[in-house]
Design a protein around this ligand. Sequence first.
Ligand code: KG4
Ligand code: ZN
Length: 339
Amino acid sequence: MLVLGIDTSCDDTAIAVVEDGRLIHSNVIASQTDLLKEYGGVYPEMACRRHIEMIEPVLEEALGKFSLEQIDLIAAAKGPGLIGALLIGLNFAKGLALATHKPFVGVNHIEAHLYSAMMDQPPPLPALGVVISGGHTSLVLIKDVGDYELIGQTQDDAIGEAFDKVARLLNLDYPGGPAVEMLAKQGNPAAYPFKGGTVKERPLDLSFSGLKTAVLYATQKKSYSAADIAASFQKAAFDSLIEKVFLASQKYSIQSIVLGGGVSSSLTLRQSMQDRFDVPLFWPQKDLCLDNGAMIAGLGYHNYRRYGADPLDLNATARIPFDAKISPPSSAAVCQLHL
Ligand code: KG4
Ligand code: ZN
């Protein structure tokens, strides 16, 4: 089954063709790096305009040798994300489905990030899903087929967003994560006593706004080392994340850890996680860490096999509760996918 997957949940216009949930024929991503560099972040209105300009050429390139008639299913991210941006990809997908008489499914973008790490092989269960992106930071317990729950999340900034904001304070380019990681290599991670936040009575929740403010104060000093700040911030952010993942892994006796989202491309994080955990870790391949259409096509295939098509009046949703009971059927547990 050939599936077209479309993601316009934030600033990337991404379309892919994936066969049977795992064989990636194409995975085209048009990034708005020029706009992001100029403005230091995502401006929803401009992101939407660019999606409208790019979506057709990206589709052409993603289809490559295939024609639309050969596509069996059209999948698009329905949320969470920027509502205006989501609507462009979702409506484009519906239009294609209507014009070609193909079925359509909406896909949860967060689940799709986790699916990126499981495309090649299924993880031993129960697994702990760790979504770490520019817009989301969530710990998800994958218990069994169709049975998962959100067990922790950030109370303020997403971890990638914290990297982007700190990069801006240090006059580094957007996206901040890779720039901070690079600069941190020359710095001393023990130079500043930064710490990630804790949330009262919610030990598995995260908080990065205090850490970000500590960095702001450090940059307001007369003299400071940007490399030391980058290294100390990165260590504090990852130490905090790893501590929560450790607590969750103890509490729920998990058998594996599945990571997804842009921050999972950090080699520093990968190394630190490998040093800390004995259970197998599942990382997405490099080009599936960031927003991409392949994860939407892949998860869309499984959603369709399990639940059938979605109606064409399916709406985009900026926030989707990560709970199968609240939003069936397309919030299908990621662990169902290989079974
Ligand atoms: O998954 P993604 O494309 O965004 C959302 O869906 O929200 O991830 C983008 C985020 C950006 O915030 C970027 O700074 C971060 O991933 N990122 C990193 C690294 N590479 C990308 N953060 C830390 N270290 C990295 N090496
Ligand atoms: Zn994302």
